[in-house]
Design a protein around this ligand. Structure first.
Ligand code: PLP
Length: 397
């Protein structure tokens, strides 16, 4: 399958087009569909109305009316653009308040906001891990942690996924500082890292633990504080936590929480924090509103957990196999790219939108449906999903 070029195409364009054609031939070319509605459990996707099981809006807060009203009522006083980086003149009162509220929500001394989790992870690793250090990463860590390791000047090694023996073998080797880095909830698998035991190993081998809680913040623990609450880990046991505001919190941005010294050190040294424009203050205000909602209504997490249980129970009555996961991320491995594309198209034809995840995001031959549940789904939504999955997967053998 080739990409058409005009006659004046330069050598660079020809080389790029060739690579893109290869991707198309392998079924690995990614297309952006256009969404024409707010994010919610039902969205308009490529002009088609769809039941949405593909977003990370786990608590259904992305289109929460009160947060939208807050934006409307505050935009005149706060404005739109932030105009500069935090260290120049872009650090607004709204960021300052959000940081204080995040820190107290998580029982940490301080927090620092970022425009995205990707940037927060780059910042943590570039700033903290130095030449002579070693970053020890779970093999299935998110791309932003892999990229952050590359940005730092330290060595990096990987341990087998959630494998404590493999981690311990890595920890036994000496280095100036050892940084153990892991997702809390793995984004493409939905399983939870055994952070209590990992924290124990970090203590035993004097290593520092960094956790990416992108998919845990807002949903793990009774009040949604995330992995630190779920595993009851103190700031000393888990000194660096990154949480995102664009997933369970339904907004945009991210934060790092920990000691005052840690946050001060990041402000002084983290290039992805220093050299970028601050998130618009109005976004910080909407994030504050949703955080306030969550802190007053933690029972919304029960609704999500009931939906997860309901989905798993219905799937058990079919021949379909889920990966081992108790979180909102419920993958079904299809195994081959062409089959995955067929299954996901059949689901779309049925009005069901599910993430279709291919290499390089996941390993070759583990192509999968990434089904994500939300507190906003109804019982009927979940029944319809399972009925459609049965038809779409079974007709592919
Ligand atoms: C585990 C994990 N870490 C970090 C990120 C990046 O977060 P953000 O989307 O806010 O850049 C994501 C989201 O895509 C993620 O899944």
């Amino acid at each position: 399958m080739s990409i058409s070029l005009n006659n004046q195409a330069c050598p660079l364009e020809k080389a790029l087009a060739l690579e893109l054609s290869d991707k198309k031939a392998q079924g690995l070319y990614r297309e952006r569909a256009v969404v024409d509605s707010p994010q919610a459990s039902h969205i308009v996707f490529n002009k088609q109305s769809m039941l949405n099981f593909s977003s990370n809006d786990y608590l259904g807060l992305a289109n929460r009316q009160h947060a939208i009203e807050t934006i409307k009522s505050k935009v005149n006083s706060v404005g739109f653009g932030s105009g500069a980086s935090h260290l120049v003149s872009g650090h607004h009162q709204a960021h300052q308040q959000l940081e204080g509220e995040l820190a107290s929500f998580q029982n940490r001394e301080a927090a620092l906001t970022f425009s995205s989790g990707y940037m927060a992870n780059l910042a943590i690793l570039q700033s903290l891990a130095k030449k002579g250090d070693v970053i020890i990463s779970d093999k299935l860590n998110h791309a932003s942690l892999i990229d952050g390791s590359q940005l730092s000047n330290s060595d990096s090694v990987r341990y087998a996924h959630c494998d404590l023996a493999s981690l311990e073998r890595r920890l036994k080797k000496s280095a100036r500082h050892k940084w153990v880095v892991t997702d809390s909830v793995f984004s493409m698998d939905g399983d939870i890292a055994p952070l209590d035991q990992i924290a124990g190993l970090c203590k035993k081998y004097s290593a520092h633990l960094i956790v990416d809680d992108a998919h845990g913040f807002g949903v793990l623990g009774h009040s949604g504080q995330g992995c630190c609450e779920y595993f009851n880990l103190s700031q000393g046991q888990l000194p660096v936590v990154m949480g995102t505001l664009g997933k369970a919190l339904g907004g945009y941005g991210a934060f790092v929480s920990g000691s005052k010294v840690l946050i001060d050190y990041l402000v002084q040294t983290a290039r992805p924090y220093i050299y970028t424009t601050a998130m618009p203050a109005i976004v910080a205000e909407a994030n504050r509103d949703n955080l306030d909602f969550l802190s007053r209504n933690p029972q919304i997490i029960d609704r999500l957990n009931q939906n997860i249980g309901r989905f798993k129970k219905l799937i058990k009555q079919t021949s379909l196999k889920l990966l081992e996961s108790n979180t909102a991320i419920q993958p079904i491995v299809i195994g081959n790219t062409q089959a995955l594309i067929r299954v996901s198209q059949r689901l779309k034809d049925d009005g069901i939108l599910v993430g279709a995840i291919r290499p390089p995001t996941v390993a070759a031959n583990t192509d999968r449906l990434r089904i994500t549940l939300s507190a906003a789904h109804t019982n009927d939504d979940i029944k319809k999903l399972v009925e459609s999955l049965k038809k779409a997967c079974v007709s592919d053998g």
